[in-house]
Design a protein around this ligand. Structure first.
Ligand SMILES: CC(C)(COP(=O)(O)OP(=O)(O)OC[C@H]1O[C@@H](n2cnc3c(N)ncnc32)[C@H](O)[C@@H]1OP(=O)(O)O)[C@@H](O)C(=O)NCCC(=O)NCCS
Length: 250
């Protein structure tokens, strides 16, 4: 048994990715990895998998990275086992492509037994999913900006947890999209917190060098999971209707 992904189509292969579109994939990580999953990992990924203390974490990592490679292979026409990743100085991976080939943007996230991947030819992307679980108010106080905390604290009690994960996944998706990790201070930008409103980047501190041109989209890959996709769209060509959702067969 694993996490049930909600009604996202399961095509046999990745559909064509047209310009100005974003594909979001979700897949279950709670299955034993096959020999072929292990075989397509790089030496570095294999070594990382073997360092996990708990077998469940190791298996989830292998299932996440094997599917990541299989999917990116379909978008880049590079054999899955030959895809090379280069990371920026803060750890954000990108696919090393032939300079003559069009670039492909992607970002991966995983939480508990679920993974999600966003892919686009045009837009820098960040994605975050989180399994919804009880959270101590101190975690919000530690990570959120003063304005976000004020909004969160004014939500009716039954909405607090949804507001927390709306804020958390929006901030995390933006952090991952910008690609600076925690070098982008968490209190240097404000996101929409209310779970009733559309996710958005609402303000950026004056000295912070990130553009406001990010569109945020709420993701609901499965019951008990929250998620946000961040799309960098300075040319204002992205529309939420250009998003397509897919899932991999269990
Ligand atoms: C990687 C990072 C950016 C996110 O960590 P996370 O929440 O555990 O991770 P997710 O599952 O969403 O994403 C992990 C994937 O993002 C990618 N990634 C790694 N570094 C990244 C970076 N700097 N930027 C974007 N993506 C990154 C990798 O593909 C990674 O997959 P892998 O670990 O299997 O190789 C982490 O280094 C970090 O800085 N987290 C900030 C945590 C925090 O305090 N958030 C507060 C939100 S309010």
């Amino acid at each position: 048994m694993g996490t049930q992904i909600l009604a996202w189509p399961q095509p046999d292969s990745a559909p064509a990715l047209d310009h100005n579109r974003v594909h979001v994939w979700a897949w279950n990580l709670d299955r034993p990895p096959s020999d072929s999953d292990w075989h397509i990992l790089s030496e570095e990924e294999t070594a990382r998998a073997r360092r996990f203390v708990f077998p469940q974490d190791r298996d989830r990592y292998v299932c996440a990275h094997a599917a990541l490679r299989a999917l990116l292979s379909q978008y880049t026409a590079i054999p899955a086992g030959q895809i090379a990743f280069a990371c920026n100085p803060y750890g954000k991976p990108q696919v090393e492509t032939d300079p003559a080939s069009p670039p492909i943007h992607f970002n991966l996230t995983h939480s508990a037994g679920l993974a999600a991947l966003a892919v686009s030819r045009d837009y820098k992307l960040g994605i975050d999913i989180e399994m919804i679980r009880p959270v101590d108010a101190d975690v919000a106080a530690h990570h959120f900006s003063p304005s976000e905390l004020r909004t969160l604290d004014h939500l009716p009690a039954p909405q607090w947890l949804d507001g927390f994960f709306r804020c958390w996944t929006s901030k995390e998706a933006l952090l991952k999209g910008v690609g600076l990790g925690l070098n982008l201070p968490l209190d240097s930008f404000d996101v929409e917190v209310s779970p009733q409103l559309t996710p958005a980047l609402v303000a950026v501190a004056p000295q912070t060098n990130i553009p406001l041109a990010w569109t945020l989209v709420e993701l609901k890959p499965a019951d008990h999971f929250a998620g946000t996709l961040a799309v960098h769209d300075p040319g204002k060509t992205f529309q939420r209707s250009s998003l397509q959702y897919f899932s991999l067969r269990p």
